[in-house]
Design a protein around this ligand. Structure first.
Ligand code: SF4
Length: 735
């Protein structure tokens, strides 16, 4: 079996060429199968007397796997040519490339490879050069690739793109058979096609003139080979069939794919050196511009270039889908519909539940209980090809029927890749069910960014629920940007609300942490808003809320450590005229703190400490260490985007080192012989007599943050450095 693929721009006449070539091969006594790989599914029409046949994808959609048979989708055409049409989705929805992949898988399962055809011809749309349309380029599908083109610029441009596809697939295998010039009767057309063929190093195998014979045959629903076998054009196809046979028996050669760069195409086809002003646009985008004068037209070794951002790209820390769901799933009486495959829901629910939020999501039928849940639209193969509108609509109906009043729809990568417009689908649904609150969150997985970007987008969408007519209430505060994935989020909230309560304040809305839709709606009741964390996503949220809702923010994030908390309380008390309550609160806490410090000070006084941090804030640790009379002999700031914001009130009192990596730490452990090493990540090296403890990435807030750590250190120093259980059998270390 020899397999050939005919690629070409849509509308260039490749189906006519394919059908006539199949007919010519069949007339030469070959058994031929033609597979049309164009969603238009008209490749084999001329072989079938003008009839349109059921496509593989329509058949797959409407049949069960166990009932399928090749005879339902393979039809006998002129001269015994076997005809199959892949089909595809409606224009503008789904992914036709994925459809081609499915077609090939289905045909293989149905045993197409067991039929001993002499020639299999794939007729493939060449405008789209995604992975699906490249399937026929795989070695086990196409032994030779023909490119059908006219002399028009766009047809040649598509031809060049096809060569790129061939080269990208495997540039070491000779696979290109040549160019089939299907003439349009244009001025200098022959010259242009020949110039292009010469530039890419390919032969023009045949030149088919524009002829009325083709129109007559088409009107008859037949190939020209059938109704006019003695015509000049039929002779050309007979010659082309002979060429295919020579390639199949190895007597005609195949060529490598050497596509041109875009600017080379322009100078070759349009006859001008460079696009006027193109360098200007490239410079603006930060991409190096190579003019045609500096490029070698015949070189096959052209380098791909990377933009600066691609070269220095930071790895994504989770996808924006996960970030968005982290926000929307915090609305306790809202359902988050995940528009995507089940695996995306699984990954994100695992991610949420494994970080202390248990029982956050379930699959299948949405359960309208008090817990927020995720519902996957469960996109599968069919949705990838034809679009996931039906799946999303039915999930929405299901959710609305189950009584959900607030629904978010978050899109994943597959939904984004096939271009599902969740905004439009949601609007349709809202028209059908007026008065429902359905909010689309089109983050498209990681296509639109990383976790933080998705998180902010999720917040932004949740904020669409806010009633802007609500007026602030006295003594009411909002909390924004809690780290809901931290295990201490609940404890931190309890502590902050306790402090607020002691000053006569109450929390209006936690945006977003186990928040009801009603609380979000009444967000503007908060007189003042407290930012939990001052990191990047917190700052973006603050800016958004200030601009969009005129929200008044308190100047300081949640405080960590005694001094920071005392300042925080004093400032807040000033804002709400609660100075007396604040003074009493701070006084009481100071007593507890001082008492506990004096109790453990004798154990820790004089101990030498190295602090290695990924966080810009270590003052809460330093104040405790200094209060205990410890010697902080080094503060190393690890290489991290956050440490650029390092700040300290202990300027001049510290031996500071930036870009502090594992090697620096190992060096200092040996050279400085500290008693204690504190770091966000423990070193695997155990040096005798040097204790290590971790610093939480998200420390507890409040007066006692540092003290709680100090209590741990004091216990640590009372433990034997090598515990018995570590010696596998209890060998006494001192012996
Ligand atoms: S949305 Fe994309 S990156 Fe995120 S889990 Fe799904 S496939 Fe993976």
């Amino acid at each position: 079996m020899f397999q050939i693929a005919l690629y070409g721009k849509g509308g260039i006449g490749k189906s006519t060429v394919s059908a006539n070539l199949s007919a010519a091969l069949a007339m030469n006594g070959k058994s031929v199968l033609q597979i049309g790989c164009d969603p238009k599914h008209d490749s084999t029409r001329l072989l079938l007397g003008g009839a349109s046949v059921p496509t593989v994808l329509d058949y797959t959609r409407n049949s069960l796997p166990g009932e399928r048979s090749l005879e339902h989708i393979m039809f006998e055409g002129y001269c015994g040519v076997a005809c199959i049409e892949a089909g595809g989705p409606e224009p503008g929805v789904g992914c036709a490339g994925r459809g081609i992949l499915t077609t090939f898988e289905v045909l293989e399962k149905l045993g197409i490879k067991e039929i001993p055809f002499d020639i299999v011809l794939y007729d493939v749309l060449g405008d789209v050069v995604c992975g699906g349309f490249a399937v026929p380029l795989r070695k086990d599908y196409a032994d030779a690739v023909f490119i059908v083109t006219s002399g028009e610029y766009m047809a040649l441009y598509a031809a060049n793109n096809i060569l790129r596809g061939v080269r990208n697939f495997n540039d070491r295998v000779l696979r290109v058979a040549g160019i089939i010039h299907n003439g349009r009767g244009l001025l200098h057309e022959d010259m242009r096609v020949k110039a292009f063929a010469g530039a890419v190093g390919l032969p023009v195998v045949v030149s088919i003139p524009r002829s009325k014979d083709f129109e007559d045959a088409e009107r008859n629903g037949s190939t020209l080979m059938e109704i006019n076998p003695d015509s000049d054009c039929a002779e050309i196809f007979s010659g082309l069939a002979g060429y295919v046979e020579r390639i199949a028996d190895g007597s005609a050669k195949l060529y490598p794919a050497c596509p041109l760069e875009d600017h080379e195409m322009e100078s070759m086809i349009l006859g001008r050196e460079t696009s006027p002003g193109a360098d200007r646009y490239y410079r603006k985008a930060g991409i190096p511009y190579e003019s045609s004068s500096s490029a070698s037209v015949s070189s096959c070794k052209r380098n791909l270039f990377l933009t600066k951002s691609m070269q220095h790209k930071q790895p994504l820390k989770g996808c924006s889908f996960a970030g968005a769901v982290t926000a929307t799933s915090q609305v306790t009486d809202a359902l988050t519909i995940v528009h995507g495959p089940r695996s995306c829901s699984h990954i994100v629910s695992h991610f949420l539940t494994s970080t202390s939020l248990s029982s956050r999501s379930r699959y299948g039928t949405p359960l309208p209980d008090k817990q927020p849940v995720l519902l996957s639209t469960d996109m599968g193969e069919k949705a990838f090809i034809f679009g996931g509108k039906a799946e999303l609509m039915s999930s929405l109906e299901n959710a609305l029927m189950s009584g959900w009043k607030n629904i978010f729809v978050v899109s994943t990568c597959p939904a984004g890749l096939i271009g599902d417009d969740i905004g439009r689908i949601v609007n349709e649904m809202k028209q059908k069910y007026p008065g429902t609150r359905i909010i689309p969150v089109p983050v498209d997985g990681n296509i639109t960014g990383d976790f933080s970007q998705g998180l902010v987008e999720g917040y932004r969408k949740v904020l669409e629920m806010v009633d802007t007519s609500v007026r602030p209430e006295d003594g009411s505060v909002n909390i924004v940007g809690e780290k809901v994935l931290s295990s201490n989020v609940g404890a931190n909230y309890e502590l902050i609300s306790d402090l607020l309560g002691k000053m006569g304040l109450k929390v209006n809305c936690r945006l977003l942490s186990s928040t009801s839709a009603d609380d979000v709606v009444h967000f503007k009741r908060g007189q003042l808003t407290l930012l939990a964390h001052g990191e990047d996503s917190g700052k973006v949220l603050q800016e958004y809320l200030e601009n969009e809702f005129g929200t008044e923010f308190f100047g300081l994030p949640f405080p960590v450590g005694f001094r920071e908390t005392a300042e925080w309380v004093e400032l807040l008390a000033e804002r709400f005229s609660a100075e007396d309550a604040a003074a009493e609160l701070i006084g009481m806490q100071r007593k507890i703190y001082n008492h506990e410090i004096s109790r453990i000070r004798p154990l820790l006084k004089g101990k030498r400490v190295i602090i290695c941090s990924f966080s810009p804030n270590v003052d809460w640790l330093l104040e405790t260490a200094f209060d205990l009379g410890m010697h902080v002999i080094k503060v190393g700031l690890a290489v991290s985007p956050e440490t650029v914001d390092f700040r300290t009130r202990y300027v001049g009192m510290l031996s500071l080192e930036y870009d502090y990596g594992a090697d620096n730490r190992e060096r200092d452990i040996v050279d400085m012989a500290p008693d204690l090493v504190l770091s966000n990540y423990m070193t695997p090296t155990q040096a005798e007599g040097i204790y290590q403890d971790s610093i939480p990435m998200a420390p507890d807030v409040g007066f006692m943050s540092g003290l709680v750590m100090a209590q741990r250190w004091s216990r640590l120093f009372r433990l034997p450095f090598i515990e018995g259980w570590k010696n596998d059998g209890g060998i006494c270390y001192d012996n």
